[in-house]
Write a protein that binds this ligand. Structure first.
Ligand code: NAD
Length: 508
Protein backbone atom coordinates (compact mmCIF):
# COMPACT_ATOMS: atom_id res chain seq x y z
CA UNK A 1 0.00 0.00 0.00
CA UNK A 2 1.08 3.44 -0.92
CA UNK A 3 1.78 5.77 2.04
CA UNK A 4 0.48 8.62 -0.05
CA UNK A 5 -2.96 7.00 -0.32
CA UNK A 6 -5.56 6.33 2.35
CA UNK A 7 -5.53 2.57 3.11
CA UNK A 8 -9.27 2.19 3.15
CA UNK A 9 -10.59 -0.61 0.95
CA UNK A 10 -14.23 0.49 1.29
CA UNK A 11 -13.83 3.70 -0.65
CA UNK A 12 -11.77 5.09 -3.47
CA UNK A 13 -8.26 5.91 -2.33
CA UNK A 14 -7.54 9.52 -1.42
CA UNK A 15 -4.20 10.98 -2.42
CA UNK A 16 -2.34 12.56 0.49
CA UNK A 17 -0.41 15.76 0.83
CA UNK A 18 3.15 15.62 2.11
CA UNK A 19 3.86 18.35 4.63
CA UNK A 20 6.87 18.41 6.94
CA UNK A 21 7.50 14.70 6.43
CA UNK A 22 3.91 13.72 7.28
CA UNK A 23 1.40 12.20 4.86
CA UNK A 24 -1.59 14.43 5.47
CA UNK A 25 -5.22 13.92 4.54
CA UNK A 26 -6.44 17.19 3.09
CA UNK A 27 -9.26 19.05 4.83
CA UNK A 28 -10.48 20.44 1.53
CA UNK A 29 -14.02 20.05 0.23
CA UNK A 30 -12.79 20.07 -3.38
CA UNK A 31 -11.70 16.75 -4.89
CA UNK A 32 -11.12 15.47 -8.37
CA UNK A 33 -11.16 11.89 -9.64
CA UNK A 34 -8.02 10.32 -11.08
CA UNK A 35 -9.39 8.26 -13.96
CA UNK A 36 -7.94 5.44 -16.04
CA UNK A 37 -8.28 6.93 -19.55
CA UNK A 38 -8.72 3.50 -21.18
CA UNK A 39 -11.55 2.33 -18.91
CA UNK A 40 -12.85 5.42 -17.03
CA UNK A 41 -12.31 3.50 -13.78
CA UNK A 42 -11.76 5.93 -10.92
CA UNK A 43 -8.34 5.05 -9.49
CA UNK A 44 -8.19 7.61 -6.70
CA UNK A 45 -9.37 11.03 -5.62
CA UNK A 46 -7.00 13.95 -5.45
CA UNK A 47 -7.58 16.93 -3.14
CA UNK A 48 -7.32 20.57 -4.17
CA UNK A 49 -5.37 21.71 -1.12
CA UNK A 50 -6.62 24.59 1.01
CA UNK A 51 -4.73 27.87 1.34
CA UNK A 52 -3.71 26.86 4.89
CA UNK A 53 -2.27 23.57 3.64
CA UNK A 54 -0.23 25.35 0.96
CA UNK A 55 1.05 27.78 3.58
CA UNK A 56 1.94 24.89 5.89
CA UNK A 57 3.93 23.16 3.12
CA UNK A 58 5.87 26.34 2.35
CA UNK A 59 6.46 27.00 6.07
CA UNK A 60 7.82 23.45 6.46
CA UNK A 61 10.17 24.10 3.56
CA UNK A 62 11.27 27.38 5.10
CA UNK A 63 12.05 25.71 8.47
CA UNK A 64 13.88 22.79 6.90
CA UNK A 65 15.98 25.11 4.75
CA UNK A 66 17.77 26.43 7.84
CA UNK A 67 19.56 23.13 8.37
CA UNK A 68 19.35 21.54 4.93
CA UNK A 69 21.29 24.39 3.27
CA UNK A 70 24.29 23.50 5.45
CA UNK A 71 23.98 19.73 5.20
CA UNK A 72 27.25 18.46 3.71
CA UNK A 73 27.16 18.01 -0.02
CA UNK A 74 28.21 14.35 0.36
CA UNK A 75 25.17 13.67 2.58
CA UNK A 76 22.83 15.22 0.00
CA UNK A 77 24.52 13.29 -2.77
CA UNK A 78 24.22 9.97 -0.93
CA UNK A 79 20.44 10.46 -0.66
CA UNK A 80 20.37 10.80 -4.45
CA UNK A 81 22.46 7.64 -4.80
CA UNK A 82 19.92 5.81 -2.64
CA UNK A 83 17.01 7.34 -4.56
CA UNK A 84 18.36 6.23 -7.93
CA UNK A 85 18.76 2.68 -6.58
CA UNK A 86 15.20 2.68 -5.23
CA UNK A 87 13.73 4.02 -8.48
CA UNK A 88 15.56 1.31 -10.40
CA UNK A 89 14.22 -1.32 -7.99
CA UNK A 90 10.60 -0.11 -8.17
CA UNK A 91 10.47 1.08 -11.75
CA UNK A 92 8.29 -1.78 -13.06
CA UNK A 93 5.77 -1.37 -10.23
CA UNK A 94 5.55 2.39 -10.81
CA UNK A 95 5.23 1.89 -14.59
CA UNK A 96 2.06 -0.15 -14.12
CA UNK A 97 0.44 2.64 -12.10
CA UNK A 98 1.72 5.30 -14.50
CA UNK A 99 0.28 3.44 -17.48
CA UNK A 100 -3.07 3.02 -15.71
CA UNK A 101 -3.46 6.68 -14.78
CA UNK A 102 -1.88 8.26 -17.87
CA UNK A 103 -2.69 5.79 -20.62
CA UNK A 104 0.74 5.30 -22.18
CA UNK A 105 2.08 1.82 -22.86
CA UNK A 106 3.99 -0.01 -20.14
CA UNK A 107 7.22 0.23 -22.18
CA UNK A 108 6.74 3.95 -22.63
CA UNK A 109 5.89 4.35 -18.94
CA UNK A 110 9.18 2.63 -18.12
CA UNK A 111 10.88 5.08 -20.50
CA UNK A 112 9.18 8.00 -18.71
CA UNK A 113 10.65 6.78 -15.41
CA UNK A 114 14.04 6.02 -16.93
CA UNK A 115 14.46 9.50 -18.40
CA UNK A 116 13.76 10.89 -14.93
CA UNK A 117 16.08 8.38 -13.30
CA UNK A 118 18.90 9.71 -15.49
CA UNK A 119 18.43 13.13 -13.89
CA UNK A 120 18.67 11.58 -10.42
CA UNK A 121 21.88 9.84 -11.52
CA UNK A 122 23.22 13.18 -12.66
CA UNK A 123 22.23 14.76 -9.33
CA UNK A 124 24.73 12.35 -7.77
CA UNK A 125 27.50 14.46 -9.42
CA UNK A 126 26.49 17.57 -7.50
CA UNK A 127 29.90 17.64 -5.83
CA UNK A 128 31.48 18.87 -9.03
CA UNK A 129 28.37 20.54 -10.52
CA UNK A 130 27.98 23.00 -7.64
CA UNK A 131 31.65 23.97 -7.43
CA UNK A 132 32.53 27.62 -7.53
CA UNK A 133 35.45 29.32 -9.26
CA UNK A 134 38.68 30.68 -7.79
CA UNK A 135 41.15 33.22 -9.09
CA UNK A 136 44.35 33.84 -7.15
CA UNK A 137 46.09 37.23 -7.04
CA UNK A 138 43.38 39.35 -8.65
CA UNK A 139 45.29 42.15 -6.90
CA UNK A 140 48.31 42.08 -4.58
CA UNK A 141 47.57 39.27 -2.12
CA UNK A 142 43.89 39.33 -3.09
CA UNK A 143 41.93 36.26 -4.19
CA UNK A 144 38.39 36.09 -5.57
CA UNK A 145 36.16 33.05 -5.47
CA UNK A 146 32.54 32.23 -6.04
CA UNK A 147 30.15 30.15 -3.98
CA UNK A 148 27.04 28.58 -5.49
CA UNK A 149 24.57 28.78 -2.63
CA UNK A 150 21.02 27.43 -2.50
CA UNK A 151 18.25 30.02 -2.67
CA UNK A 152 15.52 28.74 -0.33
CA UNK A 153 12.12 27.18 -0.88
CA UNK A 154 11.51 26.40 -4.56
CA UNK A 155 8.33 25.09 -6.17
CA UNK A 156 7.59 22.87 -9.16
CA UNK A 157 4.37 22.59 -11.16
CA UNK A 158 4.16 19.64 -13.51
CA UNK A 159 2.00 18.52 -16.47
CA UNK A 160 0.15 15.27 -17.01
CA UNK A 161 2.15 13.90 -19.90
CA UNK A 162 5.31 12.81 -18.04
CA UNK A 163 4.26 12.19 -14.43
CA UNK A 164 7.63 10.57 -13.63
CA UNK A 165 10.21 12.33 -15.77
CA UNK A 166 9.16 15.93 -15.22
CA UNK A 167 8.84 15.86 -11.41
CA UNK A 168 12.27 14.17 -11.49
CA UNK A 169 13.61 17.03 -13.64
CA UNK A 170 12.74 19.29 -10.73
CA UNK A 171 12.88 18.17 -7.11
CA UNK A 172 16.07 16.05 -7.12
CA UNK A 173 18.19 18.83 -8.63
CA UNK A 174 16.59 21.52 -6.45
CA UNK A 175 17.13 19.68 -3.19
CA UNK A 176 20.56 18.26 -3.99
CA UNK A 177 21.65 21.90 -4.43
CA UNK A 178 20.54 22.55 -0.81
CA UNK A 179 17.08 24.02 -1.45
CA UNK A 180 13.80 22.79 -0.07
CA UNK A 181 10.88 22.11 -2.39
CA UNK A 182 7.11 22.18 -2.75
CA UNK A 183 5.87 20.03 -5.63
CA UNK A 184 2.46 20.48 -7.25
CA UNK A 185 1.94 17.41 -9.49
CA UNK A 186 -0.60 17.24 -12.28
CA UNK A 187 -4.02 16.65 -10.75
CA UNK A 188 -4.82 14.35 -13.68
CA UNK A 189 -2.26 11.65 -12.86
CA UNK A 190 -0.52 12.23 -9.51
CA UNK A 191 -0.22 8.59 -8.40
CA UNK A 192 3.08 7.62 -10.00
CA UNK A 193 4.57 10.99 -9.01
CA UNK A 194 3.60 10.23 -5.41
CA UNK A 195 5.28 6.82 -5.59
CA UNK A 196 8.52 8.58 -6.56
CA UNK A 197 8.08 11.07 -3.72
CA UNK A 198 7.65 8.14 -1.31
CA UNK A 199 10.90 6.67 -2.59
CA UNK A 200 12.61 10.01 -2.03
CA UNK A 201 11.44 9.95 1.61
CA UNK A 202 12.62 6.35 1.94
CA UNK A 203 15.98 7.40 0.50
CA UNK A 204 16.41 9.76 3.45
CA UNK A 205 15.13 13.19 2.35
CA UNK A 206 14.55 14.90 5.73
CA UNK A 207 11.13 16.16 6.81
CA UNK A 208 10.20 19.48 5.22
CA UNK A 209 12.85 19.31 2.51
CA UNK A 210 10.34 17.89 0.03
CA UNK A 211 6.64 18.74 0.37
CA UNK A 212 3.71 18.01 -1.95
CA UNK A 213 0.45 19.89 -2.39
CA UNK A 214 -2.18 19.02 -4.95
CA UNK A 215 -4.61 21.26 -6.77
CA UNK A 216 -5.21 23.54 -9.73
CA UNK A 217 -5.11 27.26 -10.43
CA UNK A 218 -5.63 28.40 -6.83
CA UNK A 219 -2.77 26.32 -5.49
CA UNK A 220 -0.49 27.29 -8.38
CA UNK A 221 -1.29 30.99 -7.92
CA UNK A 222 -0.65 30.69 -4.18
CA UNK A 223 2.82 29.24 -4.89
CA UNK A 224 3.56 31.94 -7.48
CA UNK A 225 2.69 34.77 -5.09
CA UNK A 226 3.95 33.51 -1.71
CA UNK A 227 6.78 35.64 -0.28
CA UNK A 228 8.81 32.62 0.87
CA UNK A 229 8.94 30.88 -2.51
CA UNK A 230 12.14 31.89 -4.29
CA UNK A 231 11.91 30.04 -7.60
CA UNK A 232 9.25 28.35 -9.71
CA UNK A 233 9.83 25.62 -12.28
CA UNK A 234 6.80 25.15 -14.50
CA UNK A 235 6.18 22.68 -17.31
CA UNK A 236 2.84 22.65 -19.13
CA UNK A 237 0.75 24.46 -21.72
CA UNK A 238 1.70 27.83 -23.18
CA UNK A 239 -1.38 29.50 -21.78
CA UNK A 240 -0.76 28.44 -18.18
CA UNK A 241 3.03 28.74 -18.50
CA UNK A 242 2.75 32.37 -19.60
CA UNK A 243 0.42 33.11 -16.70
CA UNK A 244 2.79 31.44 -14.21
CA UNK A 245 5.82 33.24 -15.64
CA UNK A 246 4.14 36.64 -15.42
CA UNK A 247 2.55 36.15 -12.00
CA UNK A 248 5.62 34.65 -10.32
CA UNK A 249 7.87 37.20 -12.07
CA UNK A 250 5.73 40.07 -10.75
CA UNK A 251 6.27 38.61 -7.29
CA UNK A 252 10.03 38.67 -7.65
CA UNK A 253 10.69 34.98 -8.25
CA UNK A 254 13.04 33.24 -10.61
CA UNK A 255 10.91 31.38 -13.12
CA UNK A 256 11.58 28.80 -15.78
CA UNK A 257 8.53 27.96 -17.84
CA UNK A 258 8.66 25.17 -20.40
CA UNK A 259 5.58 25.28 -22.60
CA UNK A 260 3.77 24.07 -25.72
CA UNK A 261 5.27 23.08 -29.04
CA UNK A 262 4.85 22.36 -32.72
CA UNK A 263 7.81 20.25 -33.72
CA UNK A 264 8.73 19.98 -37.41
CA UNK A 265 10.57 17.07 -38.96
CA UNK A 266 12.16 18.13 -42.25
CA UNK A 267 12.72 15.24 -44.65
CA UNK A 268 15.19 15.53 -47.52
CA UNK A 269 14.87 13.03 -50.37
CA UNK A 270 18.39 11.68 -49.75
CA UNK A 271 17.45 10.47 -46.25
CA UNK A 272 17.39 6.78 -45.36
CA UNK A 273 13.79 6.11 -46.34
CA UNK A 274 12.92 3.25 -43.99
CA UNK A 275 14.60 4.74 -40.93
CA UNK A 276 13.03 8.13 -41.58
CA UNK A 277 9.51 6.85 -42.04
CA UNK A 278 9.81 4.69 -38.92
CA UNK A 279 11.04 7.73 -36.99
CA UNK A 280 8.19 9.96 -38.20
CA UNK A 281 5.54 7.43 -37.26
CA UNK A 282 7.08 6.63 -33.86
CA UNK A 283 7.58 10.29 -32.93
CA UNK A 284 4.27 11.43 -34.39
CA UNK A 285 1.94 8.88 -32.86
CA UNK A 286 3.86 7.41 -29.90
CA UNK A 287 2.32 8.30 -26.51
CA UNK A 288 -0.76 9.24 -28.58
CA UNK A 289 1.07 12.41 -29.64
CA UNK A 290 1.02 13.70 -26.06
CA UNK A 291 4.71 14.55 -25.87
CA UNK A 292 5.97 18.12 -25.92
CA UNK A 293 8.69 16.85 -28.28
CA UNK A 294 6.35 14.77 -30.47
CA UNK A 295 6.77 15.29 -34.19
CA UNK A 296 3.56 17.06 -35.14
CA UNK A 297 4.54 18.45 -38.55
CA UNK A 298 6.35 16.57 -41.33
CA UNK A 299 7.87 18.81 -44.00
CA UNK A 300 8.54 16.73 -47.10
CA UNK A 301 11.12 18.37 -49.33
CA UNK A 302 11.22 17.82 -53.12
CA UNK A 303 10.95 14.16 -54.08
CA UNK A 304 10.40 13.13 -50.45
CA UNK A 305 6.78 14.08 -51.23
CA UNK A 306 6.50 10.69 -52.88
CA UNK A 307 6.91 9.00 -49.47
CA UNK A 308 3.45 10.06 -48.30
CA UNK A 309 1.63 6.79 -49.23
CA UNK A 310 4.23 4.76 -47.31
CA UNK A 311 3.94 7.07 -44.31
CA UNK A 312 0.19 6.59 -44.36
CA UNK A 313 0.49 2.83 -44.59
CA UNK A 314 2.90 2.61 -41.65
CA UNK A 315 0.68 4.86 -39.52
CA UNK A 316 -2.42 2.83 -40.41
CA UNK A 317 -0.71 -0.33 -39.14
CA UNK A 318 -0.24 1.00 -35.61
CA UNK A 319 -2.23 -0.81 -32.98
CA UNK A 320 -4.56 1.34 -30.90
CA UNK A 321 -5.34 -0.21 -27.52
CA UNK A 322 -5.07 0.27 -23.78
CA UNK A 323 -1.51 0.95 -22.67
CA UNK A 324 -1.60 -2.12 -20.44
CA UNK A 325 -2.25 -4.49 -23.40
CA UNK A 326 0.78 -6.11 -25.03
CA UNK A 327 1.61 -4.86 -28.50
CA UNK A 328 -0.11 -1.48 -28.12
CA UNK A 329 1.40 1.37 -30.11
CA UNK A 330 -1.12 4.12 -29.42
CA UNK A 331 -2.95 4.40 -26.09
CA UNK A 332 -5.83 6.68 -25.12
CA UNK A 333 -5.76 10.43 -24.62
CA UNK A 334 -5.63 11.60 -21.04
CA UNK A 335 -9.27 12.73 -20.74
CA UNK A 336 -12.58 12.99 -22.53
CA UNK A 337 -11.99 16.72 -22.73
CA UNK A 338 -8.63 16.21 -24.43
CA UNK A 339 -10.27 13.82 -26.91
CA UNK A 340 -13.03 16.33 -27.72
CA UNK A 341 -10.44 19.02 -28.31
CA UNK A 342 -8.43 16.81 -30.68
CA UNK A 343 -11.59 15.78 -32.57
CA UNK A 344 -12.54 19.45 -32.88
CA UNK A 345 -9.16 20.29 -34.39
CA UNK A 346 -9.42 17.38 -36.85
CA UNK A 347 -12.83 18.72 -37.87
CA UNK A 348 -11.31 22.17 -38.38
CA UNK A 349 -8.61 20.70 -40.63
CA UNK A 350 -11.26 19.14 -42.88
CA UNK A 351 -13.29 22.37 -42.97
CA UNK A 352 -10.23 24.46 -43.78
CA UNK A 353 -9.42 22.26 -46.78
CA UNK A 354 -6.65 19.91 -45.70
CA UNK A 355 -6.79 16.37 -47.08
CA UNK A 356 -7.57 13.78 -44.41
CA UNK A 357 -5.34 10.89 -45.52
CA UNK A 358 -5.94 8.76 -42.44
CA UNK A 359 -8.91 9.26 -40.13
CA UNK A 360 -8.54 8.12 -36.52
CA UNK A 361 -11.80 9.55 -35.26
CA UNK A 362 -13.97 6.48 -35.23
CA UNK A 363 -11.57 4.00 -33.78
CA UNK A 364 -13.17 1.40 -31.56
CA UNK A 365 -11.18 -0.72 -29.15
CA UNK A 366 -12.88 -4.00 -28.12
CA UNK A 367 -13.04 -4.30 -24.35
CA UNK A 368 -12.23 -0.59 -23.92
CA UNK A 369 -15.25 1.00 -25.57
CA UNK A 370 -15.25 3.85 -23.05
CA UNK A 371 -11.59 4.75 -23.61
CA UNK A 372 -10.52 8.17 -24.88
CA UNK A 373 -9.03 6.74 -28.05
CA UNK A 374 -8.17 8.57 -31.24
CA UNK A 375 -6.34 6.56 -33.88
CA UNK A 376 -3.39 7.84 -35.93
CA UNK A 377 -4.61 10.69 -38.09
CA UNK A 378 -2.71 12.09 -41.07
CA UNK A 379 -3.37 15.28 -43.02
CA UNK A 380 -1.71 16.32 -46.26
CA UNK A 381 -2.18 19.54 -48.23
CA UNK A 382 -1.81 21.54 -45.03
CA UNK A 383 -1.09 25.26 -45.16
CA UNK A 384 0.38 27.43 -42.44
CA UNK A 385 -2.83 29.36 -41.78
CA UNK A 386 -4.85 26.27 -40.82
CA UNK A 387 -5.59 25.65 -37.13
CA UNK A 388 -4.14 22.14 -37.38
CA UNK A 389 -0.85 23.88 -38.15
CA UNK A 390 -1.05 26.92 -35.90
CA UNK A 391 -2.25 25.08 -32.77
CA UNK A 392 -0.58 22.43 -30.66
CA UNK A 393 -2.96 19.48 -31.14
CA UNK A 394 -1.41 17.20 -28.49
CA UNK A 395 -2.94 14.09 -29.99
CA UNK A 396 -2.00 11.44 -32.57
CA UNK A 397 -2.33 13.81 -35.52
CA UNK A 398 0.52 14.39 -37.96
CA UNK A 399 0.19 17.19 -40.52
CA UNK A 400 2.22 17.10 -43.72
CA UNK A 401 3.47 20.17 -45.57
CA UNK A 402 5.45 20.13 -48.79
CA UNK A 403 8.23 22.45 -49.99
CA UNK A 404 10.77 22.40 -52.80
CA UNK A 405 14.04 23.20 -51.04
CA UNK A 406 15.84 22.98 -47.71
CA UNK A 407 15.95 26.79 -47.59
CA UNK A 408 12.17 26.93 -47.82
CA UNK A 409 11.87 24.30 -45.10
CA UNK A 410 14.19 26.25 -42.78
CA UNK A 411 12.23 29.46 -43.39
CA UNK A 412 8.96 27.63 -42.68
CA UNK A 413 10.19 26.20 -39.36
CA UNK A 414 11.67 29.55 -38.32
CA UNK A 415 8.37 31.36 -39.01
CA UNK A 416 6.54 29.09 -36.57
CA UNK A 417 6.44 30.75 -33.14
CA UNK A 418 7.27 27.57 -31.18
CA UNK A 419 10.87 26.48 -30.67
CA UNK A 420 10.89 23.28 -28.66
CA UNK A 421 12.30 20.68 -31.05
CA UNK A 422 12.91 19.99 -34.71
CA UNK A 423 14.60 17.33 -36.78
CA UNK A 424 16.30 16.96 -40.14
CA UNK A 425 16.44 13.64 -41.97
CA UNK A 426 19.22 13.45 -44.52
CA UNK A 427 22.41 11.64 -45.44
CA UNK A 428 24.13 14.91 -46.30
CA UNK A 429 26.51 16.30 -43.71
CA UNK A 430 26.51 19.66 -45.47
CA UNK A 431 22.72 19.91 -45.31
CA UNK A 432 22.75 18.91 -41.66
CA UNK A 433 25.44 21.50 -40.86
CA UNK A 434 23.43 24.21 -42.62
CA UNK A 435 20.23 23.17 -40.82
CA UNK A 436 21.72 23.14 -37.33
CA UNK A 437 23.29 26.52 -37.96
CA UNK A 438 20.30 28.34 -39.45
CA UNK A 439 17.36 26.78 -37.64
CA UNK A 440 15.94 28.87 -34.79
CA UNK A 441 14.75 26.04 -32.55
CA UNK A 442 16.31 25.10 -29.23
CA UNK A 443 16.64 21.32 -29.68
CA UNK A 444 17.70 19.87 -33.00
CA UNK A 445 17.80 16.23 -34.04
CA UNK A 446 19.81 15.05 -37.03
CA UNK A 447 18.18 11.75 -37.99
CA UNK A 448 16.90 11.70 -34.40
CA UNK A 449 13.15 12.26 -34.11
CA UNK A 450 12.85 13.27 -30.44
CA UNK A 451 16.07 15.09 -29.55
CA UNK A 452 15.58 15.41 -25.78
CA UNK A 453 19.09 15.89 -24.39
CA UNK A 454 20.48 13.58 -21.73
CA UNK A 455 20.86 15.21 -18.30
CA UNK A 456 24.52 16.24 -18.48
CA UNK A 457 23.21 18.74 -21.02
CA UNK A 458 20.12 20.85 -20.34
CA UNK A 459 16.65 20.87 -21.88
CA UNK A 460 16.91 23.84 -24.22
CA UNK A 461 13.55 24.50 -25.87
CA UNK A 462 13.42 28.11 -27.09
CA UNK A 463 11.29 30.96 -28.44
CA UNK A 464 7.53 30.43 -27.90
CA UNK A 465 8.13 27.13 -26.11
CA UNK A 466 10.05 28.64 -23.20
CA UNK A 467 10.10 31.63 -20.89
CA UNK A 468 13.08 32.28 -18.63
CA UNK A 469 16.75 31.91 -19.48
CA UNK A 470 17.68 28.64 -17.85
CA UNK A 471 16.27 25.24 -18.74
CA UNK A 472 15.59 22.13 -16.68
CA UNK A 473 18.38 19.77 -15.56
CA UNK A 474 22.06 19.75 -16.54
CA UNK A 475 24.36 22.64 -15.66
CA UNK A 476 21.69 25.25 -16.39
CA UNK A 477 19.43 24.04 -13.61
CA UNK A 478 22.27 24.20 -11.09
CA UNK A 479 22.52 27.89 -11.99
CA UNK A 480 18.75 28.21 -11.71
CA UNK A 481 18.59 26.66 -8.25
CA UNK A 482 21.61 28.47 -6.81
CA UNK A 483 22.79 32.02 -6.45
CA UNK A 484 26.36 33.01 -6.96
CA UNK A 485 28.16 34.81 -4.19
CA UNK A 486 31.53 36.33 -5.01
CA UNK A 487 34.06 36.64 -2.20
CA UNK A 488 37.10 38.86 -2.59
CA UNK A 489 39.58 38.37 0.23
CA UNK A 490 42.95 39.48 1.51
CA UNK A 491 44.70 38.15 4.61
CA UNK A 492 47.33 40.09 6.52
CA UNK A 493 50.28 38.78 8.47
CA UNK A 494 50.93 40.54 11.79
CA UNK A 495 54.11 42.04 10.31
CA UNK A 496 52.59 43.13 6.99
CA UNK A 497 53.63 46.52 5.57
CA UNK A 498 51.29 49.47 6.20
CA UNK A 499 50.41 50.64 2.68
CA UNK A 500 48.24 53.54 3.82
CA UNK A 501 44.63 54.53 3.23
CA UNK A 502 43.31 53.82 -0.27
CA UNK A 503 40.50 56.21 -1.26
CA UNK A 504 40.17 54.91 -4.82
CA UNK A 505 38.05 52.02 -6.10
CA UNK A 506 41.13 50.11 -7.28
CA UNK A 507 42.44 47.05 -5.53
CA UNK A 508 46.20 47.09 -5.22
P1 NAD B 1 -1.47 22.40 -18.24
O1 NAD B 1 -0.86 23.72 -18.54
O2 NAD B 1 -2.92 22.25 -18.40
O3 NAD B 1 -1.14 21.98 -16.72
C1 NAD B 1 0.17 22.08 -16.21
C2 NAD B 1 0.08 22.38 -14.72
O4 NAD B 1 -0.55 23.65 -14.52
C3 NAD B 1 -0.74 21.35 -13.95
O5 NAD B 1 -0.08 21.05 -12.75
C4 NAD B 1 -2.07 22.06 -13.72
O6 NAD B 1 -2.69 21.69 -12.52
C5 NAD B 1 -1.69 23.53 -13.66
N1 NAD B 1 -2.76 24.39 -14.16
C6 NAD B 1 -3.74 24.07 -15.05
N2 NAD B 1 -4.51 25.14 -15.31
C7 NAD B 1 -4.01 26.16 -14.57
C8 NAD B 1 -4.36 27.53 -14.42
N3 NAD B 1 -5.40 28.05 -15.08
N4 NAD B 1 -3.62 28.30 -13.60
C9 NAD B 1 -2.57 27.78 -12.94
N5 NAD B 1 -2.17 26.48 -13.05
C10 NAD B 1 -2.89 25.69 -13.84
O7 NAD B 1 -0.66 21.34 -19.11
P2 NAD B 1 -0.97 19.79 -19.31
O8 NAD B 1 -2.18 19.66 -20.16
O9 NAD B 1 -0.91 19.08 -18.02
O10 NAD B 1 0.32 19.34 -20.16
C11 NAD B 1 0.41 19.42 -21.55
C12 NAD B 1 1.15 20.64 -22.01
O11 NAD B 1 2.45 20.68 -21.42
C13 NAD B 1 1.37 20.68 -23.51
O12 NAD B 1 1.17 21.98 -23.97
C14 NAD B 1 2.84 20.29 -23.66
O13 NAD B 1 3.47 20.76 -24.82
C15 NAD B 1 3.41 20.93 -22.44
N6 NAD B 1 4.68 20.32 -22.08
C16 NAD B 1 5.81 21.03 -22.33
C17 NAD B 1 7.05 20.48 -22.05
C18 NAD B 1 8.31 21.25 -22.33
O14 NAD B 1 9.34 20.85 -21.82
N7 NAD B 1 8.26 22.31 -23.13
C19 NAD B 1 7.12 19.20 -21.49
C20 NAD B 1 5.93 18.51 -21.23
C21 NAD B 1 4.71 19.10 -21.53
Amino acid sequence: MNASLTPDQTKVEQVKLLIDGQWVESKTSEWRDVVNPATQQVLARVPFATAEEVDAAIAAGQRAFKTWRDTPIGARMRIMLKLQALIREHSKRIAVVLSAEQGKTIADAEGDIFRGLEVVEHACSIGSLQMGEFAENVAGGVDTYTLRQPIGVCAGITPFNFPAMIPLWMFPMAIVCGNTFVLKPSEQDPLSTMMLVELAMEAGVPAGVLNVVHGGKQVVDALCTHTDIKAISFVGSTEVGTHVYNLAGQHGKRVQSMMGAKNHAVVLPDANRTQTLNALVGAGFGAAGQRCMATSVAVLVGKAREWLPELKELAANLKVNAGSEPGTDVGPLISKRAKERVLGLIESGIKEGAKLELDGRDVSVPGYEQGNFVGPTLFSGVTTDMQIYTQEIFGPVLVVLEVDTLDEAIALVNRNPFGNGTGLFTQSGAAARKFQNEIDVGQVGINIPIPVPVPFFSFTGSRGSKLGDLGPYGKQVVQFYTQTKTVTSRWFDDDSVNDGVNTTISLR
